[in-house]
Ligand binder design. Structure first.
Ligand SMILES: NC(=O)c1ccc[n+]([C@@H]2O[C@H](COP(=O)([O-])OP(=O)(O)OC[C@H]3O[C@@H](n4cnc5c(N)ncnc54)[C@H](OP(=O)(O)O)[C@@H]3O)[C@@H](O)[C@H]2O)c1
Length: 296
């Protein structure tokens, strides 16, 4: 599998990042999960998106530990979702960020968390609450981040913005080196910001390229047959699944697509289709065709 840099940093990541949210032991089984991760590793996967908030996080961490022992030279790139403040907090607490980073370094057995996907939350989780909270938290965040970075505990910060107004403010914060958020054929709110992000050396982890499965389950996606054939013609790849996976990767700001994979057959179909080079012209051609049909 090809690799790309996250923005203008030196962080190299596989084009596919494994999303672990759906890694249910009842479905995968311990041996099945270990064999699937080994298969992905042997096909070149390095990047992993995980979160202590996911129901099966401990199971995933135990599978990861087994695989690290079987492939000692494999060096995973960890993208870790961390919400500070959480919904039940009213202010940014640097000690809480540091505690979660330490806990996740231990759980994932990694010296450093390569990308922290940072979520600022409030209750209610509205921009009216979150934008002033970002303004109040910014200095403390930058301070805490500098300390963690200086100690080698973390490398890069990416925002999960929840909304376009928050995204615009987050991109004004220098320590925010990019975004880790949704981008797929149906969820295209990010499209107008990607050229600027790329120009600023900021990168993207594009989450749920298959639209949480909607884009690959027949009859569920909002794209009609005509839209699909236009997309497949521009993007290539032959199938709807391949075209959906490739779309975010056509933009040079995208370092990797974070995709949920629970079987080797799904893994192979995706990995056979993923080696696409950036082509912003084709990316924007698809986005424009789809917007002409229906807004993002
Ligand atoms: N707020 C956040 O930060 C946030 C929110 C949502 C998701 N995420 C992250 O993003 C990851 C991906 O999100 P997601 O799983 O919701 O969306 P997704 O990656 O767009 O779609 C995954 C779905 O597509 C199916 N699939 C995969 N390959 C396929 C193939 N070749 N053919 C047909 N179906 C295929 C998967 O089935 P199988 O499972 O059966 O393979 C799964 O049901 C999550 O695991 C999580 O790590 C983060």
């Amino acid at each position: 599998m090809k690799t790309r840099r996250f923005g203008d940093t030196d962080l190299e990541t596989s084009l596919v990042a494994l999303g672990t949210m759906r890694w249910d032991p009842a479905r995968l089984g311990s041996t099945g999960a270990r064999d699937l991760l080994l298969h992905l590793v042997d096909r070149g996967l390095t990047a992993i998106h995980s979160s202590r908030e996911y129901a099966f996080h401990e199971f995933f961490c135990s599978v990861l530990r087994d695989v690290r022992r079987l492939r000692p030279r494999w060096a995973p790139v960890h993208v870790v979702k961390i919400g500070v403040p959480h919904f039940d907090e009213s202010a940014f607490d640097p000690a809480r960020l540091e505690a979660i980073v330490e806990q996740q370094r231990r759980a994932l057995e990694t010296d450093t968390i390569h990308v922290v996907q940072w979520l600022l939350r409030a209750t209610p989780n509205t921009d009216e609450r979150r934008l002033p909270l970002l303004a109040r938290s910014r200095a403390a965040l930058e301070d805490a981040w500098g300390r963690l970075q200086a100690r080698g505990r973390v490398r890069f910060l990416a925002s999960y913005p929840y909304s376009v107004p928050f995204l615009e403010r987050a991109l004004e914060v220098p320590v925010v080196r990019g975004l880790a958020t949704y981008l797929n054929l149906e969820e295209r709110e990010l499209v107008p910001y990607l050229d600027r992000m790329h120009g600023e050396g900021r990168g993207l982890f594009a989450i749920r390229p298959l639209g949480a499965g909607r884009l690959v389950a027949r009859g569920v996606s909002r794209l009609d047959a005509e839209a699909w054939s236009e997309v497949i013609e521009i993007v290539g790849g032959g199938s709807r699944t391949a075209a959906a996976l490739r779309f975010p990767l056509l933009h040079p700001a995208t370092a990797s697509v974070v995709v949920g994979i629970s079987s080797q057959s799904h893994a192979d179909e995706l990995l056979d289709a993923v080696d696409v080079d950036p082509d912003p012209g084709r990316f924007h051609a698809v986005a424009e065709r789809l917007s002409a049909r229906s807004p993002a």
